[in-house]
Design a protein around this ligand. Structure first.
Ligand code: HEC
Length: 124
């Protein structure tokens, strides 16, 4: 290999290296990968689930219940009970029998509820 080719080779490696090491210099700020406020990084009832329930569920599953809903979803214990004994996870992902009644919540919200179960149904 001639000196010229060797030089080209090294400049090419240098160019590739400088490109790849710059790849994090994006103009847009990196979005927070975990919006969860819990310092342990886990999904909790008070941090995440309570607000989802009051936005999408308690209009019927309130206290008292309305529109024929069979139980309240206004406290930690009630929501845990619905997960364990009333197929809450299946219903929020069901296309044939969805909860809320009108149509499913966003994938993000459904994932959060699922992650809450996976993380151990933490209250705080
Ligand atoms: C518009 C009123 C309404 C909203 C909003 C609503 N539900 Fe319901 N829900 C009902 C009614 C009525 C039933 C009983 C009939 C049925 O099971 O489909 C029910 C049943 C359920 C059941 C089954 C209970 C059982 O023991 O069989 C679960 C679990 C449930 N809802 C969870 C939720 C969750 C979680 C949300 C919010 C993401 C939600 N629901 C939003 C009206 C509602």
């Amino acid at each position: 290999m001639s000196f010229k080719n060797l030089f080209l080779c090294f400049s090419l490696i240098g160019l590739i290296y400088s490109c790849s090491s710059d790849s994090n210099d994006d103009l847009s700020p990196t979005p927070n990968p975990d919006p969860n406020p819990n310092p342990s990084g886990k999904v909790t009832y008070n941090g995440n689930i309570k607000s989802i329930m009051s936005s999408f569920c308690t209009s019927c599953h309130g206290s008292p219940t309305s529109n024929g809903a069979p139980m309240s979803l206004t406290t930690y214990a009630q929501v845990v009970n619905a997960v364990q004994n009333r197929s809450l996870i299946a219903r929020i992902n069901s296309t044939s029998n969805p909860m809320p009644v009108g149509g499913l919540m966003s994938q993000t919200n459904r994932d959060l509820v699922q992650q809450w179960v996976t993380d151990g149904l933490l209250e705080n």
